[in-house]
Design a protein around this ligand. Structure first.
Ligand SMILES: NC(=O)C1=CN([C@@H]2O[C@H](COP(=O)(O)OP(=O)(O)OC[C@H]3O[C@@H](n4cnc5c(N)ncnc54)[C@H](OP(=O)(O)O)[C@@H]3O)[C@@H](O)[C@H]2O)C=CC1
Ligand SMILES: Nc1c(N[C@@H]2O[C@H](COP(=O)(O)O)[C@@H](O)[C@H]2O)[nH]c(=O)[nH]c1=O
Length: 595
């Protein structure tokens, strides 16, 4: 359903709303205002690192004063709730915490819930439940079991103001909600056009239609996306860079969709020193050019059927949440026809260029009557410098309430469902069911400093340790700096970014024996992680009999690959570790028996 929110028919809910009268309305207005603030804070969480679920938290005292606020910096860093609790200090006791979204306890550490409980929070108001089914409802249940009153907008009470606040919560995590409901990432089509509807002159020249201010907004949009995609023709015409140049945060992967692979040898997108580029093309297209691209560090992925839907399903598997389409009208029409575009962001500049053959933002859709036109929903208008920015949705943000049954409901529907039973267990992103198996999961490990050194050092995640080890022991101050930069990176994503880009840009800093030792390095780190955290060890042991596969479709060494062609070394090491843990426990059981 569209952003217009579900109106509950529950008599209980209606009674609660009516009985409260004016007082209830005041409460609703206050709750709505704080939830909107939590959603605004969550918005600040977007674009700091590779996009992740956006969380914000406000703690308000009973007199309605804000005592503390927080938002999540990156997946695996301190939860928004814990930051808000720290900021509010002693004012937490008896206060209300407002969360745009139910916390997702992916890793069994209950960090967000514990922070609220220990701080003495009396009531929690939640904008939306967690969209991912395996996380849905569990934090709310946990908070309630600790005696905290929890109200969920749209479930426990409703009113127009609360409906608007809930809408803000849906918007701020639209990509995650789409991930939960569909097999494609949330896609935004962005273009800049003249007042007479052209995206370039008839010569193909397009720099620039929109103002500098508008283009800075585009950099921000890029920073909030996992990837930016263009068609082959835009590469040939514009030689774009497609980087986020607003000065901070994350830069998206660049994707080029080309059937012919007839692309120039010199192009800004082939410089992957800062940001990766992925070419998606038709299987068998210009193999020699594919080799050339590979030599530049550009990844090429071949498709039997190159079309926007197949490509988006592939990037969904790769864990991408949001894609920005900055292509011309040819590819845009194809993407709209394939129903993969969810939102449109159009900058309209007060300029007229004319030209019978000048391109327009959307090519042929096969429509012949105006009644067939696609009507945008939730349209917004904003002036940006001299330009007008028009945004709207081509497809509604799905409402999760009717789409995904809660964890309880799933068990009610099918009591035999056991999420931990399967012959092949895939894991990849940390927010997935087995996300704790990922090297990005936020489980610090304490590792020895070196062979001749008895000291230990703590690493925020396996990924931090693994990436840093590429440069350990190299007699070069730059290598030492790099190790330290990786160790102190604020998230595993940042650690991976530094490690991978330094390896690409400065291969002389990588230790000579890296290829020989990297499996051992990973194994030691995993052993430490699963030995340190008993709940992770139990989870690993609970997978007995199942094959573990890191479902990375692109990492053919550590992951399983797109069609099972990957070596799956991460899965293999975890299975090795699992059998070692089993051997250890049977030896200790035997010893107990003998004793
Ligand atoms: N003002 C603005 O916002 C923008 C303006 N532009 C301008 O638009 C013009 C380019 O527009 P346009 O030609 O439409 O470029 P596109 O970016 O739409 O590229 C089209 C190309 O995409 C590739 N492609 C791959 N798969 C598909 C598919 N399933 N359907 C359609 N295309 C596919 C093909 O590449 P191949 O031929 O290599 O096989 C095709 O030729 C340029 O002048 C550029 O400056 C471009 C982007 C934004
Ligand atoms: N011409 C045009 C846009 N064009 C888009 O921006 C790309 C260039 O990006 P970059 O090389 O990173 O600066 C170009 O290939 C096309 O996708 N965008 C806009 O916001 N306004 C404009 O007027």
């Amino acid at each position: 359903m569209a952003l217009s929110l579900r109106i509950s028919s529950s008599p209980l809910i209606c009674r609660a709303t009516l009985a409260n009268g004016d007082n209830g309305r005041n409460h609703h207005a206050k709750d709505a205002a704080f939830i909107r603030r939590a959603a605004d804070l969550a918005e600040m969480s977007a674009g700091l690192t590779s996009p992740h679920p956006n969380f914000g938290c406000v703690i308000a005292t009973s007199s309605g004063k804000v005592a503390g606020e927080g938002y999540l910096y990156a997946q695996g860093t301190k939860p928004a709730e814990a930051l808000a609790v720290e900021a509010a200090g002693e004012f937490c006791r008896g206060s209300t915490a407002y969360l745009n979204m139910e916390p997702g306890d992916c890793h069994g550490d209950h960090a967000a819930v514990s922070a609220l409980v220990q701080a003495g929070i009396e009531r929690v108001v939640v904008g939306i439940r967690h969209p991912l089914q395996h996380l849905r409802g569990s934090a709310i249940r946990e908070l309630r079991s600790q005696g905290i009153e929890v109200n969920v907008l749209g479930e426990d009470f409703e009113s127009k103001v609360l409906e608007d606040a809930r809408k803000a919560c849906l918007l701020v995590n639209a990509p995650l909600i789409h991930r939960a409901c569909s097999r494609v990432p949330f896609s935004v089509l962005k273009y800049a056009m003249t007042l007479d509807g052209k995206i370039a002159a008839s010569s193909g020249h397009a720099a620039w239609i929109s103002s500098k201010l508008s283009r800075t907004r585009v950099f921000e949009l890029r920073g909030r996306s996992d990837a930016v995609i263009v068609g082959g023709n835009t590469v040939r015409q514009d030689d774009p860079r497609l980087t986020a140049r607003h000065g901070q945060g994350h830069t998206p992967t660049r994707i080029v969709m080309t059937q012919s692979l007839d692309l120039p040898e010199k192009a800004n997108l082939w410089d992957v020193s800062e940001v990766p580029t992925i070419i998606v093309t038709q299987r068998g297209a210009r193999r020699s050019f594919q080799k050339f691209l590979a030599s530049k560090g550009v990844e090429v992925v071949e498709f039997d059927m190159l079309n926007p839907r197949e490509v988006m399903e592939y990037f969904h598997l790769r864990g991408y949440l949001s894609i920005l389409w900055e292509c011309g009208g040819t590819l845009a029409a194809s993407a709209i026809s394939s129903s993969v575009i969810h939102k449109v962001v159009a900058f309209v500049a007060p300029k007229i260029i004319g030209g019978r053959n000048a391109p327009s933002p959307v090519g042929e859709l096969g429509m012949v009557e105006m009644t067939q036109a696609l009507n945008l929903m939730d349209v917004c208008y904003e002036q940006v410098g001299p330009d007008m920015l028009v945004t709207g949705f081509l497809q509604p943000i799905p409402d999760l309430i009717p789409v995904i049954p809660s964890e309880d409901a799933t068990v009610e529907i099918d009591p035999s469902v056991n999420p931990f039973e399967s012959s092949i267990i895939f894991f990849y992103k940390t927010w997935d069911l087995y996300g704790s198996f990922s090297n990005f999961s936020p489980h610090p490990i304490r590792m020895p400093c070196g062979e001749d050194n008895d000291d230990y050092m703590t690493w925020p995640s396996v990924e931090h340790y693994y990436q840093a080890n590429k440069f350990v022991g190299v007699e070069n101050p730059m290598a030492h700096d790099c190790v330290e930069k990786i160790r102190t990176a604020r998230s595993p994503e940042e650690a991976a970014l530094i490690g991978r880009s330094t390896l690409r840009q400065k291969p002389e800093l990588v230790r000579n024996d890296w290829e020989d030792v990297k499996i051992e390095v990973m194994y030691m780190a995993l052993k430490c992680k699963f030995s340190t955290y008993p709940h992770l060890k139990s989870m690993l042991l609970s997978t007995a009999g199942s094959v573990l596969v890191e479902s990375s479709p692109h990492d053919l060494f550590w992951g399983g690959g797109r069609e099972g062609e990957g070596l799956n070394y991460l899965g293999r090491l975890l299975m090795q570790l699992r059998s070692e843990f089993f051997d250890d426990s049977s030896v200790s059981a035997e010893n107990t028996f003998l004793a």
